[in-house]
Design a protein around this ligand. Sequence first.
Ligand code: WT7
Length: 655
Amino acid sequence: MSSNEAATPLIPAPDMKDAHVYGMQAYEKLVAEAEADHSGYWSRLAREFLSWKTPFTRGLDDSRAPFFKWFEDGTLNVSWNCLDRQVERGLGDKTAIIFEADDGQVTRVSYRELLARTGRMANALKARGVKKGDRVVIYMSMSIEGVVAMQACARIGATHSVVFGGFSAQSLRDRIQDAGAVMVVTADEQVRGGKQLPLKAIVDDAIALGGCESVKNVVVYRRTGGPIGWVPSRDRWLHEETQAQPETCEPEWVGAEHPLFVLYTSGSTGKPKGVQHSSGGYLLHAALTTKWTFDLKPADVFWCTADIGWVTGHTYIAYGPLALGATEVVFEGVPTYPDAGRFWKMIQDHKVSVFYTAPTAIRSLIKAAEGNAAVHPKRYDLSSLRILGSVGEPINPAAWEWFHHHVGGGLCPIVDTFWQTETGGHMITPLPGATPLVPGSCTLPFPGIAAAIVDETGADVPNGQGGILVVKKPWPSMIRTIWGDPERFKASYYPPELKGFYLAGDGAIRDAKTGYFTITGRIDDVLNVSGHRMGTMEIESALVSCTALVAEAAVVGRPDDTTGEAICAFVVLKRARPTGDEAKKIANELRNWVAKEIGPIAKPKDIRFGDNLPKTRSGKIMRRLLRSVAKGEPITQDTSTLENPAILAQLSERN
Ligand code: WT7
């Protein structure tokens, strides 16, 4: 790989003299500042980027490593930093959010209005008894109200846990229960791609599953007016709750370490883990990376196409852009409705200048544009664009080139941002006015992020050789713990053999010449399907919970041209192995079962049936073999330890 990369010419950064970080020398200077005094560097930025109610006296506290603390004796309020501060700076009339609904209807809110709505909602939450430290689950579609709900929680010091609107009742119940939420904020329905989809009904189902006794109130935003069930003692309309509330709500000043949110994400084992983030350190990195990685200026129109249910929507919709007083687009719908030109039309209509999206969306829009010239980006005026960004999975060079050429007109730098739910914000990324680009590489660490590649013992691996991606020093926006499970936090991210380095869970390689990083994919049993992170164990558990049908299941990923990875499930039924139409029928039943258990994003693309699974004589499932079978590649591995080699031919048959 490294020889390949060395042959790829670097694409020089454009000569943007007014860039926040202009030229590699400026980048190197920041890196050197952080190396000389890690805690001092971050403290300087925390003073510059955030407004503190009580200033902190100390940057990093590593006395209880790996439970690191940053700026601990400082107090602040995240919502005050995002909203009141902008009004005080004279940005009250500036548009904060340009919201475009699924049907194309546009609503704009100014910073002053967003502050007023947040204040009313915060007062409404307080009136229902929500206090500092309580958890509030937000199960909402993309909406201004979704952002307001997050900001309102931050305002009163409640810890939010946003659950993506595509998760099932079961998944929602697990998260409500694990978080011990006192309230759920939801909408009657969500609208995506011209369809009305239930939200409130799923909350009802989740609570009916039991174990959610902590939930006292369900607050419902009326989005469509569609029919919904109602429990009078529990359910409240958002508009009725906020109507009589005053717009002003004194912020709750919290310590920098106060948990702003818990966001569930998949690991290689067990149930999804609640990644707990701080207030001060998190907001610092959200604001800082939004400014430097996207070179964001006051006149920019920023659009991050993520959903607020994922960390990208937290950092680069709900917090980062607002902390900078930027104007951002929030989109309710999907990229392919009413047609696959939707993104390009919206960039044109709103004069978007910084556009941040996912490789999976780009790949599907390439396919659409190849099939239908009317939705090709060249049919739209995209001249407002100046910076493009990619996130969530590796971007393949072909998609990079298309994005660069057809969307960016060959002029816009692409920032390929590597990070994770746990990291809170960008970790390895180009800075657009500084870093020369190489398609397919996330280039260099953000200044102050001590990313490195090591072997299983934590020893450095030379450039040009692959290894394990780690971060050697703590950083302000890092995960603080796994909600309610500090032991799992330690075991997952700070395994003893890695000498106190943060384990990202990805493999990576640095180019022999440039030192640029390329992420080679997860080294654990975590899959990345269309940028959505899923644990193979979670899907296996969902399959085997179909006790009427399934005896055993193993799930692996295989490469997919559009979704990056696709889920491939190998299933042994409690009855004879089905073939032909029957196999198709049962495979579909199982797909729907998984959708009901986890959510449609977890549906296996391939389901293969066997009389058994390939196991060693000691009974261990040979996943490496299954990965080869899933890929359709010839089996080159040694199968001599296999109990039942004939099973491989069976499992190769597609349904
Ligand atoms: C995993 C984290 C980052 C926010 C959205 C996903 C993969 C993410 C990149 C990238 C290659 C990437 C990694 C990582 N990933 N960005 N630019 N290049 N891989 O957050 O759901 O926590 O997933 O996504 O495998 O570990 P997440």
